[in-house]
Design a protein around this ligand. Structure first.
Ligand code: CO
Length: 244
């Protein structure tokens, strides 16, 4: 997920058993775009990753789980480091492996203090946004802990220059493996819960545009010009959005 819903920028912005094979007919360009195994030299640092944009079929595939042996291996460890660098450079607060062309159940998350330092207290308070240290989530399973949804504008590094109002659960629980392959349960609320939902959607071929109020879809510039300073309730009324 992009940092674009932050004030730091000018416009705010399963458990594994068997590895399910991805049906070949869903991977027409697999050989070309997402090689199953990169040659070792290609995955050793400095591994420079590129973020793919909407339209690339890898963003619409179900990513496959990683085995414990893979997680412990040099390639995945190098990949996690490279994804951290890529996310920071973007900058973003979350990055899923499909976004760098790899349909694997892996995402990295980090909401840095410096992204929040210039944001208004009220802005951070209503989003329940707090710093989140860097970590990876692997093979995650997400449970929504609230029936109520909260709505905020969010962006995605694979949909550069756009944003939309997206309803998400305020609280979630995520069962996953960490970067060392240890089982971990994350209970999150607010913006961190939103990041988790956004990234885990990526691992199932989902994008925020599948969940957004379509009438709120906006370019970054127009978000700043027309919507940024308005309360969500007023935006809903202006755009004639029905009940959630
Ligand atoms: Co995204």
């Amino acid at each position: 997920m992009s940092t674009r819903d932050t004030a730091a920028k000018n416009w705010d912005d399963r458990e594994i058993g068997v590895r399910p094979e991805i049906p070949r007919n869903r991977l027409p360009n697999q050989k070309k775009q997402i090689p199953k195994a990169r040659p070792r030299a290609e995955i050793e640092p400095p591994l420079k990753l590129e973020i793919v944009q909407a339209g690339n079929s890898v963003l619409r595939q179900l990513a496959r789980p990683l085995s414990l042996a893979e997680i412990a291996g040099k390639e995945i460890q190098n990949l996690i480091e490279a994804m951290r660098a890529c996310m920071r450079e973007a900058p973003g607060v979350g990055l899923a492996a499909p976004q760098v062309g790899l349909p694997l159940q892996l995402a990295v998350i980090e909401d840095r203090e410096e992204y929040l330092k210039d944001a208004a207290t009220e802005y951070l308070r209503e989003r329940e946004r707090r710093p989140v240290p860097f970590h990876a989530i692997i093979n995650p399973a997400l449970t929504e802990m609230d029936d109520d949804k909260v709505e905020f504008f969010e962006g995605c590094l694979s949909l550069t220059g756009f944003s939309a109002l997206v309803p998400r659960a305020r609280r979630v629980r995520v069962e996953c493996l960490d970067e060392q392959g240890r089982k971990k349960t994350i209970e999150a609320s607010g913006w961190y819960a939103r990041i988790l939902q956004h990234e885990i959607d990526h691992l199932h071929g989902g994008l925020y545009i599948d969940r957004m109020h379509t009438r709120t879809f906006t370019s970054a510039g127009n978000w700043t010009e027309f919507w940024k300073s308005k309360p969500i309730s007023e935006i809903r009324k202006t755009l004639d959005i029905g009940s959630v």
